[in-house]
Ligand binder design. Sequence first.
Ligand code: C2E
Ligand code: CA
Ligand code: CA
Length: 871
Amino acid sequence: MTSKTIRVYLLAVLASMVVAAGWWSTKASFTRPSSSVVDYSAQIFVDADGGLGFEEVRNLSPNDWTTAETDKGPLSLGYSDSAYWIKLAFRHAPSADDLLVIDYPLLDYVDLYQVSGEQLVSEYHVGDMRHFDNRPIETTAFSFPLFSTSTLSAIYLRVQSKGTLKVPLSFEDQSTLVERAQTASLFLGTYLGYMFLMIVTNLVLSAVADDKNYLLYAVYVFGMTTLNLNLNGVLFHWVWPQAPEWNPIATNLISFGTVFFQLVFVCRYLQAVSGWMKGAADTLRMLAVVGMLTSFVPEWYSVASLAGAFLVLASNLLAVAISLNFCLKREKRVLGEIYFAVAWVVMAIGIGVVALGVSGVLPATPMVNNAGVLASLLEVFFLSAALADRYEKERQARIDATLQSRREAQQRQMVERHMLFQATHESISHLPKKEVLLENWPKLREQVGEEYRVNAVLIHFEGYYQQVLAFGQEAAESLVHSLHESVRRLVASQSQYMTVDVEWNNDKAVVLDTLDLCLILVRPTGEDITKDLENLQLSLSEPQIYRDMSLEMDITIGVSQHLGNEPIRQTIRRAQVASKEASQRRLKVLHYRNKLGLDPEFTTVMMSRLKVALEQRQLKLAFQPQINTYDGSVFGVEALIRWRDEEYGQVSPETFIPIAEQSSMITALTHFVVDEACAFYQRFEQRNGHGIRVSINLSARNLADDSLIPFVSQTMDKYRVPASMLTFEVTETAIMGDLNSSRESLEQLVELGVNIALDDFGTGYSSLVYLKELPFSELKIDKGFLLKDAHTKRGAGLIRAAVQLGTSLGMTVIAEGVETNELARQLADYHCVLCQGYHYGRPMHEPEFEAWYKEYDNKRNVIGRQNEITH
Ligand code: C2E
Ligand code: CA
Ligand code: CA
């Protein structure tokens, strides 16, 4: 229902009301001629304390009476508690079926005595303070049948009321009275119907719009309607005819109550009521409450009803002031608010007219007498229009808000989806990350039938750093991404590779880290997959063109078969191990063949065995010397962990370190290594009279662990190891996991005074900018970097560039995996004089190392490069 239709509907009802009212007012005239022309004189006697009876009044001397002017319309006797006696003497008596009518329903006591000759022939005692049933004719106006008119000589009328005394006398024949009563009840019925409709409509609106304003408004309309009904004597007639004592109570209670709800409604509706108006509203509301309470004290009725009348007028004027003020203050005048203000203006005028009518200033025409009812009709029309307008506005606002929030939700969803994509995909190639595979795996697994074998295929790009050093970071990155692109294109059409990124781009390749991609290969059991993989390797090994340069990266592939229901990450890990081995052994494709057998529970078994070994301190350290080839001296040692399992024999750290890294076991393992390495230092010093530099490897998880720093600090104290003699080696992959927390840990380590080495340089993939920011004092060039390339011309250039890079960043450069003196010389040529490798010594347990050290002859290893020493 829009505001417009509501208004139309209100208007229709109002129009019918006006028509009814108009018709009724033409019918109902106060100077109604009776069927015969009645001619009478009226005299008034005021009995101040109201104690005189009929006989006493009848016997009063004529001088006690004053003559009333009957031709000036209804008798208006003012606001008085006194009893008024009116004596009517007829010059021309009314006809037999005439009735005497007093058309004012608010008289408390009306006593009528008819005298024929000297005889009292009939008497009636009616009024609002007496039972309704006492009335000879049951109408809300007082009407009395007349005694046989030919003999009627006088009528004595006694009226007394707490409130306004009006005695509009008339003589009417029965049929006119009936007609008038019908018209009146039609009018009242229409009025009631209209008000009832308004109340119901607003109750419904209140429920639908969940807005208390409509409820308050309905209550106010209800109050006003009851007030009007009460003032018209309708309630007395129909609701409590046997309980006249309710009349005064009801009048006051309802008028105070209406004032109360009116003010609550107005203030609530216009919310921003403040200043003196708010003060006035609060005061009037309080007075209304007091008024309601005093309504129950009969003695205070007159005062209270007078106060009630004033309060009704005052609160309406206040409502006018508040709503006009609101209208004027608004920059943009809204139709609804204008309606609202007009409603109160109309009501204030109506009440004013009623007040003036009651006090006799205005003549008692039907319009004046019914100004209250008419005003309330108009008021309700305007208020309803105002509320309909507001309802429509709020409805529109709600629709707008809903649309807006839906738009926002859509945008949010889009952003979230984008963020989710960013988080789960590689930034440039947009290939999915490992998490996508791990999450989708259970569903993907279900698609594979019994007769198929699932394999994890790990594609590793070799020599990223060589490319960086030879052609620059940009070229190398572009090469890596064009390789990603090649893999994506190549496998897209090959159905044996599984679609992994079902939710986004239907990609098949997963990025583990930028240099490692993973595919899931599904082939029937028993079929050889080597050919597939060799083809893949071959296609990817083709040179990539970058800005007219032909760039090349070595590709190695590791494969592992998915076993039973093991988590796919285990399969991937084995494929990684295979690819690493492939790269070391310079193979193109290598299947994971565990020396320990393909036990699916392998990791779990290893984990528990390693745990026991660690608890029982069965692990040992081996120490590998690092030589300074300038003078052949021993620069330091790297501590490398060794584990000999009773059942599996010697297990490589490349196998069990990743397993330990999967749980918090790595913490215990590192603590063990730190403790053993420091103990070694102390013993070494005691035996040889001087210390030796010791390097210790850290895992990614150690950097995120709060216990590391305090533990290192304690252990150094325990074995009296000078901080400068310790070096911690970390790989860039370990750091890049969580750059900020790694940076923090590294800085704390530096604060302890120990050295930090960047391990495995040349195998990773990170922007050199980051490395610059971190507090490394040593750079370890990975053995893979040297083993493959040193002998080629390009390789030599790369090694030179790597050394220069480290030097320029202020780091001590150590080469790892130096297996020949030739390589050592080459390195020395590039100003790298620190070497570690089998050429000088394998990793040795302490007794062997001790023996080696005793035997060590530094002269053997002097290469020396005058003027140019780097460390
Ligand atoms: P890494 O830090 O790169 O250690 C150097 C590896 O190269 C050692 O293998 C060492 O034996 C080997 N190596 C040394 N010289 C030569 C050479 O001339 N030629 C060849 N081909 N290899 C050489 P290892 O001891 O098997 O250790 C493997 C990896 O295990 C280490 O690589 C390191 O990442 C990890 N690791 C070893 N010990 C620990 C440890 O105590 N804690 C942690 N977190 N990781 C460790
Ligand atoms: Ca190392
Ligand atoms: Ca290394």
